[in-house]
Design a protein. Structure first.
Length: 54
């Protein structure tokens, strides 16, 4: 019975961890390149044009 428990714990899915790591790295690269400010500026412009001010 101890063998079955060991076999089950060895079957850890790796793909979700790789995907999360990939998106964290890409997010950090975007933050370092200043994309946050650019996205915020574009969002403000869209909101202002939507209500008729911009």
């Amino acid at each position: 019975m101890a063998r079955k428990k060991e076999e089950k714990t060895k079957n850890i899915r790796v793909a979700p961890f790789i995907t999360i790591l990939f998106f964290l790295v890409m997010g950090m690269i975007g933050i370092m390149n200043g994309e946050v400010g650019r996205v915020l500026a574009q969002a403000v412009q869209v909101c202002l044009s939507c209500i008729g001010i911009g």
